[in-house]
Design a protein around this ligand. Sequence first.
Ligand code: NDP
Ligand code: MG
Length: 380
Amino acid sequence: MKKIGILGSTGSIGTQTLEIVRTNKDIEVTALAAGSNISLLEQQIREFRPSLAAVWDPDRAAQLKENVRDLDVKILSGMDGLLAAASDPCSEILVTAVVGMIGVLPTIEAIKAGKDIALANKETLVTAGHIIMPLAREKQVKILPVDSEHSAIFQSLQGGQRKSLHKILLTASGGPFRGKKKEELENIQVEDALKHPNWEMGKKITIDSSTMVNKGLEVIEAKWLFGVTADQIQVVVQPQSIIHSMVEYEDGAVIAQLGTPDMKLPIQYALYYPERRYLPGDRLDFGALSEITFERPDMETFYGLKLAYEAGRRGGSLPTVFNAANERAVAMFLDRKIRYLQIPEIIQACMEQHRNISEPTVEEILKTEQETYEFIKSRW
Ligand code: NDP
Ligand code: MG
């Protein structure tokens, strides 16, 4: 039996991870954590019987405790709960599927406790990659990518020599506004931005995909996961989301991973690596597939991507500012407090006023996050 914990079990990645658990009979779920959705979490507890469950919101945690008092499960709350779920001694792998920088401390805690990480929570690596990657090496734990592009890169690197890697070709769908110019994005509403052409995902990442900030976060994520520079990563727009990413070796050979857009493949691959298992679902039909097309990204309209390259190149605490500013701006956009085009504007303004700290500690990262939020509050 493989034993896993899942942070963010009620979300898009979390529920798809539990689907993998349901179809394979050899995974035991030992810990679950969510933000506030206690009705779904209760169903999950009843089905998967973890010994520990954490809910961020303390009132909801107390309510859940009451609702599951017939079961032998410990209910915790807040950051203590999240840390306990992350480092639960019963699990071998932690799936990090919470959204946002809230994942930083629990991921570090899990690595310290010797757990392999199936990493979906990209914000963690973006802000603290310089701490997480060396710590994982020291503790000899694997960081297994769940993000589809990074899983594709990881799969394309199997069998090749890492030292012969020349560059990474990170594919992007281009999102719902591909081909549009700035003037056409002035009046974008929340509902428009939540319509992704190919993937069903949580709200935050869906907005990030529409602004291409998601691709920017992925550039920085790839930099840490694969030990390359930001300039060795080229974003290639591939609107059908069939090629999930590619690598180019020194001799010019390009190796890619293709498939239908289904997050269950990268999730299952991370959980069973290096084993491959049967996965039910649609398969690529090359007879029916008429074309796979490519474009260059429009970094002038979608300049959040350009800002991410800058943050990735300069490093230090700047990627934290990039990420925290985006997290807050997206939340404000979803609350209809700012306009769509203000998302990259806010990120840029936050980056411009920041004094970069090279090699920030976890405390400095969290302080930078708070300072970024305060700056935004004072201005918008
Ligand atoms: P969702 O919004 O669907 O889910 C987020 C999960 O995190 C929910 O379970 C939520 O709980 C939980 N959560 C939020 N805040 C807290 C908190 N403070 N404490 C504990 N749990 C919390 O997000 P996604 O599944 O889409 O994304 C998760 C991560 O995976 C993100 O970093 C995203 O970038 C990445 N990712 C997602 C992909 C996708 O296809 N969805 C693809 C590649 C990467 P609750 O439901 O109770 O609010
Ligand atoms: Mg992705």
